[in-house]
Design a protein around this ligand. Structure first.
Ligand SMILES: [Fe+2]
Length: 395
């Protein structure tokens, strides 16, 4: 008997046919024109350099973008098991992300309610339903309750119920965990779009395996780190010696999903006919690149998905949490070698090329040589993104 598509999906990591994707994804894929019929789009768009350089715009973004609405924090797959916790420092505020014993995700301020010490540190995921502060051994459950304080008889009136961890409003959907960084602000989860999370669910994002994770500390404004993931103009140039030759120099099919953006493009080997070959892995010929507003990027590759969170800590400093997700851990030497090669390649392309480009742009823009950046029709998603950004900042 022939293997079903689902069975084959387990044989070949992330192998998905077009039918496995959401209707909206399928419609966008079917809207990709053949490369020889791709439109030539010319645009006139400029942005002031002051939005990348200097503290004024950074402070405005911190207040109106990163503190007034929920932002993407991490991936669900980071906390695969109930009773797990991880420290998260990328936004400059020490956070603690947990999955409690019932499977619910939480985001807390990573501060013991005795004297504020960080409960856990480093980037390893802690297993177990209890978190014990290293300082005086106060113990909390992964749902934030204080369950034990050392020598409790030495406190009078210690109200354990009032000494739970400070929790940030959070939401988990489609394999992403969002939270309000300002727990006193009116919670705004309008970025958690139904179509976005349906698309991610179609990729099985919530259930994928974290094959690799790397944190980068970059000397560049976070939007300069983001821009390469909103345009194909650089691909055949910056990536000429690596992945560039795999891609076509044509515009993407772009859709707004609420305030998020989906870009779909046919790789060099794409033809509309290849969509109708039964059992064909759609990720071999089509690339999906999402912006989860404002600062998370999700990109598909034939055998894995890349998710990265671009977190500004200063106008010229960005921390990037990069994750490579596969369907499951490699279970044979050939798979292990393929994954390792893919991981080494993608980390060197993103790190050594895209992030490098962001850093040299930031350095050059800092000279004052130009007052405005300028964008081509092969970068037309960038004005779409900045249109959303402008609206949110003005709101
Ligand atoms: Fe790139």
């Amino acid at each position: 008997m022939n293997a079903t598509v689902a069975e084959r999906a387990h044989d070949r990591p992330l192998m998905q046919t077009i039918e496995m994707l959401s209707e909206s994804q399928q419609a966008a894929i079917r809207a990709i024109p053949p490369h020889d019929n791709a439109p030539i789009l010319a645009i006139d768009h400029k942005r002031p350099v002051s939005m990348f350089i200097g503290d004024d715009f950074f402070q405005l973004e911190q207040q109106r973008l990163f503190r007034r609405q929920a932002v993407p924090i991490t991936i669900s797959a980071r906390l695969a098991e109930p009773g797990s916790s991880v420290a998260h420092d990328g936004y400059g505020t020490p956070l603690l992300v947990t999955r409690d014993k019932d499977g619910k995700a939480h985001v807390f301020l990573n501060a013991c309610t005795h004297k504020g010490a960080k409960l856990i540190d480093g980037c390893d995921v802690a297993k177990g339903n209890r978190l014990t502060c290293p300082y005086h051994a106060w113990t909390f459950s992964t749902d934030g309750k204080l369950i034990g304080a050392a020598r409790p008889e030495t406190f009078t009136n210690l109200d354990k119920g009032a000494r739970g961890l400070a929790e940030l409003p959070s939401r988990e959907a489609g394999g992403i965990i969002w939270a309000m960084l300002d727990r006193h602000a009116e919670p705004d989860f309008s970025g958690v779009d139904e179509q976005l999370t349906a698309d991610f669910a179609a990729f099985d994002l919530p259930d994928l395996h974290v094959y690799g994770h790397k944190t980068f500390h970059l000397n560049a404004n976070w939007k300069l780190v983001l821009e390469p993931f909103l345009e194909g103009y650089h691909v055949q140039r910056l990536h000429a010696r690596t992945v560039g030759p795999l891609f076509a120099d044509v515009p993407n099919v772009v859709d707004k999903l609420g305030i998020n953006i989906r870009q779909i493009s046919g790789k060099l080997n794409f033809t509309p006919d290849c969509l109708d070959i039964p059992g064909e892995n759609i990720h071999a010929s089509v690339t999906h690149a999402y912006n989860v507003f404002p600062n998370c990027v999700v990109v598909t590759s034939p055998y894995y998905i890349s998710v990265m969170f671009l977190m500004p800590t200063a106008a010229d400093k960005t921390t990037v949490d990069y994750f490579m997700l596969t369907r499951r851990p490699p279970d044979n030497p050939k798979g292990a070698a393929l994954y390792q090669k893919s991981y080494d390649m993608i980390v060197s392309v993103f790190g050594g090329e895209d992030f490098y480009a962001a850093e040299i742009s930031h350095a050059g823009l800092s000279t004052g040589a130009i007052e405005e950046t300028v964008y081509s029709g092969l970068e037309a998603t960038i004005p779409v993104y900045y249109g959303i950004l402008d609206r949110v900042l003005a709101g």
